[in-house]
Design a binder for this molecule. Structure first.
Ligand SMILES: Nc1ncnc2c1ncn2[C@@H]1O[C@H](COP(=O)(O)OP(=O)(O)OP(=O)(O)O)[C@@H](O)[C@H]1O
Length: 314
């Protein structure tokens, strides 16, 4: 058994074109190894190919090329075992409105061939906080409860790998905390977790390793601390006391973005320039500073920094 929960090599997916729509390559030769027992973040902007990758893992989308091994089982050679090793909590909330949470979990367990005696329906209902709603119709559940039910459904067959596709998009703080508590607990019990998110802070907080997908390619993969450490971008947002003059000489490498509210957003690399240098330049231009705030890099900055360093390397 390899030490990787997931091993992907040369994964490519091209969606066929239809009536005037050109074919779309959503994944282009992606290699990825997810260590067993890790919480692994898959990040990327809209349309990067994250859902395609997850849907291939879940067996919902057919890959065009490449190999996928889940818990050591090659999807093409051992489709049943590889499917049994993974549970996916999807993004969308479509579920049968006439099923109760208990029935949904039972049906799902049946689909995975879990014998009745081995089903852990009550345990899962308790874990996702739906014990008192076990026999209510799904259509009467709130959005948050439906999400929790989706998490429960992903767990019925006791998979070794749990995949969460943007679990916190549009959810409130309480549900977010509940999800993360469960994720940490499942992980502590040995489950490997893969999650996709748009939020860097979330990935930073939760994940041991992060891979970044951009336009169907993997552009970075590293331990979280190392990845964040590679980013030394920083932005100072200065609110001038009076409208700032047109001319504003700046130290080399500092970029200025004038915001609609009159603020000056000055981005620089910490390794090259200090905040003091930036502030000195602003004062030297005769600008009185009313307020200063700092902005940490967000996911967008990560992409910019990574794609920039890729271009520089080339
Ligand atoms: N069934 C499909 N047919 C054709 N093109 C598709 C299909 N599904 C996805 N695509 C395209 O493939 C690309 C990758 O989409 P995908 O949904 O995998 O991205 P994503 O990273 O999950 O984005 P998001 O964060 O918005 O969910 C996009 O350009 C998308 O338009």
């Amino acid at each position: 058994m390899s030490q990787f929960a997931i091993e992907i090599e040369g994964l490519t997916k091209t969606y066929a074109g239809q009536r005037g729509v050109a074919p779309k390559t959503a994944l282009d030769g992606v290699d990825l190894k997810v260590p067993q027992g890790s919480i692994f973040g898959l990040l990327g902007p809209n349309g990067a190919g994250k859902s395609t990758l997850i849907n291939i893992l879940a067996g919902l989308v057919r890959k065009s090329a490449g190999t996928v091994r889940i818990w050591g089982f090659d999807q093409d050679v051992n489709p049943r075992q590889s499917r049994a090793a993974i549970g996916v909590m999807p993004q969308e909330l479509n579920m049968d409105p006439f099923f109760t949470p208990r029935a949904s979990l039972d049906v799902q367990a049946g689909l995975y061939g879990v014998p009745k005696a081995q089903r852990r329906t009550d345990e899962i209902l308790a874990m996702i906080g739906l014990s008192d709603k076990a026999d209510a119709y799904s259509r009467t559940l709130s959005g948050g409860m439906r999400r929790r039910l989706l998490l429960g459904k992903a767990l019925v067959h006791g998979p070794q790998v749990l995949v969460l596709d943007e679990p916190t998009a549009g959810v409130d703080i309480e549900l977010r905390q509940m999800l993360w508590q469960n994720v940490r607990r499942l992980n502590a019990e040995g489950m490997t977790i893969i999650l996709t998110t748009h939020y860097l802070e979330e990935a930073e907080e939760m994940c041991d390793e992060i891979a970044i997908i951009h336009q169907g390619r993997k552009i970075a993969h590293d331990k979280t601390s190392r990845l964040i450490g590679r980013l030394d971008a920083k932005t100072l947002v200065i609110q001038p006391a009076e409208p700032a003059p047109e001319a504003l000489p700046l130290p080399e490498g500092v970029e200025l973005d004038r915001r609609a509210d009159g603020a000056l957003a000055l981005s620089y690399r910490r390794g090259r320039t200090s905040a003091e240098d930036v502030l000195d330049a602003v004062r030297a231009a005769g600008i009185r500073i009313q307020d200063v705030a700092t902005e940490e890099p967000n996911l967008e900055d990560v992409f910019l920094a990574l794609t920039r360093s890729e271009t520089e390397a080339a």
